[in-house]
Design a protein around this ligand. Structure first.
Ligand SMILES: O=C(O)CCC(=O)C(=O)O
Length: 253
């Protein structure tokens, strides 16, 4: 792995992929553990459904098993090697994409306004930090049929500028005319690969048109200079008055 090249790719495009970062045995164990969690639905793990009542997401689980925690530790070390600075885990999510599971409209991550429990308007994720790095761990192969993640070049601007590019409806979805001029690259990679991308990269995906589940694990980090926000973020998300579900709102194609 050439850390310098990866850092340069991130600087110019806002994303890069590392193929086969985790071995197949680890991926199988992860898939098995996630199946058990999804079945047992522990109380402190949060589950979200789409408008077709399919379970599409779970959050707040990284310390539920030793393996999930080890994955986080390994990624933190890798981020430090690539970016020469320490990162804290900001949030974790697992996206379920069953056959016919809908895609995601083009969006940034964390660029939306939300009302806190006292009725005060707050600035998306940027209440907690000004830089976020998403790490996607592919738990299944991503191919043309199963609605792979698609990423476009970073819009490296401030929250106040980026929010003007969004629909400003409580989601970070991009305005249609802007989304139309983004050039999205499909992340076609084998399971075990990881994709590292800035939250300021527009990204989208289409419906899962295959007959198999497609799972993806996302760990999002902020540089350590912004502190450890994991607990605070989830507490405030739960008590937020903004109940608009981020992007589980419809297929795009
Ligand atoms: O898993 C996908 O299809 C895309 C996920 C995504 O864009 C998100 O969760 O922000």
């Amino acid at each position: 792995m050439n850390f310098k090249n990866l850092k340069n790719d991130f600087k110019s495009k806002g994303y890069f992929k590392i193929l086969n970062f985790f071995d197949k045995h680890t991926i199988k164990n992860l898939n098995d553990e996630i199946k058990v969690i999804a079945k047992e639905k522990p109380k402190n793990i949060f589950f979200y459904q789409d408008r077709n009542n399919l379970i599409r997401r779970m959050e707040h689980f990284y310390n539920h098993t030793q393996l999930l925690d080890n994955i986080n530790n390994k990624i933190q070390i890798t981020l430090k090697n690539i970016f020469d600075k320490k990162f804290f885990l900001f949030k974790d999510k697992y996206n379920f994409k069953p056959p016919k599971g809908e895609g995601f409209f083009p969006h940034y991550d964390g660029i939306f306004n939300w009302k806190d429990k006292n009725g005060k308007w707050r600035k998306g994720w940027h209440e907690y930090a000004n830089e976020f790095v998403n790490v996607l761990i592919l738990l299944d192969d991503f191919n043309n049929e199963n609605g792979p993640l698609e990423i476009s070049k970073i819009h490296d601007k401030s929250f106040n500028e980026l929010i003007k590019n969004t629909k400003q409806n409580g989601t970070p979805d991009l305005k249609r005319d802007l989304a139309n001029i983004c050039q999205f690259e499909k992340m076609i990679c084998p399971s075990g690969s990881i994709v590292i991308f800035s939250s300021k990269c527009p990204h989208q995906s289409s419906k899962n048109n295959s007959d198999k589940d497609r799972g993806s694990l996302y760990y999002t980090y902020n540089p350590a200079i912004y502190g450890n926000n994991y607990t605070n973020y989830f507490e405030e998300k739960l008590s937020s008055q903004n109940k608009q579900s981020k992007s589980l709102s419809g297929e795009i194609n």
